[in-house]
Design a protein around this ligand. Structure first.
Ligand code: NAD
Ligand code: UDP
Length: 318
């Protein structure tokens, strides 16, 4: 297959490009490096089937030649990133998604949308199954991301219904691992880098809010399965193992052996209080479930940030 990956220079996108190349697909990566990094894909240049197009997909998503699939991952994803880039985030979720859908429509290609658990907002139903419509503040600071992704889902399904585009929507829950930017502000990266640097771990609020953390290799396996499937979804992908932020801080301290203290900071506006995916659909439609425990995944990520990548054949499964 020949697959376009928007946002392919980012954390998840670069792993997806690599997984597809390793199994023999040709990959066209589109990125503007607003939150991604050229070094994420530098090692992919050795694959003759890898192409890179520097482009802002909110302006245009054009790829010469035929495509079998378009995976649309372009979007700031870390809260500090999308709060810093509010209009760009709305643009790539709306116009960027429309441009990527047009690319898929012109090529009669499968379209994979990387949506998010943020469509559930601060959920009133727990754990979250795909039938839940969510509880999003449409005018709060996070709305630039949440509402952009909700629109992206809506316009994807409109293209499916009106133009017959073969759409697949994945709702990704907090995913972490190698290639995250050390200062991207997300909780796993922040805690690991604070612990390794001997700085205080910054817990927001009372640390009792929860998230469910998925290791990158598991998540990528699910994205590839969704690309290969013909199901529309939406389908949750995430590790249902739910942790409080305080528990995560303790785990990072244990794994790093750091004696950093914990420092409490105000909870950001509209920070969701809890998050855990129901993954029955992923199991039934994709045969997918996470295999890497949070302790193991955090250990591997710590080693990567220490500059000693754990040789776990991260993506050997492909
Ligand atoms: P990331 O910031 O590392 O990657 C996003 C990539 O998109 C970057 O390389 C960035 O430069 C690129 N990009 C942004 N705007 C663009 C534009 N207009 N044109 C071209 N490229 C653009 O983030 P990530 O964690 O890899 O997230 C990838 C996707 O997965 C995002 O759509 C995100 O919303 C979704 N997601 C991620 C998580 C997670 O926990 N990592 C959770 C839910 C959803
Ligand atoms: N968080 C924290 N300290 C940090 C960064 C984040 O306590 O240095 C908290 C944040 O308030 C949220 C959780 O960790 O409750 C997950 O935050 P992240 O930004 O990683 O993801 P998201 O909020 O998008 O789920």
């Amino acid at each position: 297959m020949r697959i376009a990956v928007t946002g392919g220079g980012g954390f998840l996108g670069s792993h997806l490009c690599e997984a597809l190349l390793r199994r023999g697909d040709a990959v066209v990566c589109l990125d503007n490096f607003s939150t991604g990094r050229p070094e994420n894909i530098a090692h992919l240049r050795k694959f003759p089937a890898f192409e890179f197009i520097h482009s802002d997909v909110s302006v245009a998503a054009d790829v010469p030649g035929p495509l079998d699939a378009v995976a649309h991952l372009a979007s700031p994803a870390s809260p500090p990133d999308y709060l810093r880039l509010p209009l760009e985030t709305l643009a790539v979720g709306s116009r960027g998604t429309e441009n990527a859908l047009e690319l898929a429509r012109r090529n009669h290609a499968r379209f994979l949308l990387a949506s998010t658990s943020e469509v559930y907002g601060d959920p009133l139903v727990h754990p979250q199954e795909e039938e839940y419509w969510g509880n999003v503040n449409p005018v709060g600071p996070r709305s630039v991301y949440d509402e952009a992704k909700r629109y992206a889902e809506a316009v994807s399904l409109a293209y499916h219904r009106s133009h017959g585009v073969d759409v697949g929507i994945i709702r990704i829950f907090n995913t972490y691992g190698p290639r995250m930017r050390p200062h991207d502000g997300r909780v796993v990266t922040s805690f690991i880098n604070q612990a390794l640097g001997g700085e205080p771990l910054t817990v927001y609020g009372d640390g009792k809010q929860t998230r469910s953390f998925c290791y990158v290799s598991d998540l990528i396996r699910g994205l590839v399965a969704m690309l290969d499937a013909s199901v529309t979804g939406p389908i949750n992908l995430g590790n249902p193992d739910e942790w409080t932020v305080s528990e995560l801080a303790q785990l990072v301290l244990e794994i790093t052996g750091s004696d950093s203290e914990i420092q409490y900071h105000p909870l950001p506006t509209d920070d969701p209080t809890r998050r855990r995916p129901v993954i029955t659909r992923a199991r039934e439609h994709l045969g997918w479930y996470p295999e890497v425990s949070v302790a193991d995944g955090v250990h591997r990520t710590v080693e990567w940030f220490r500059g000693r990548p754990h040789d776990d054949g991260l993506l050997a499964a492909f």
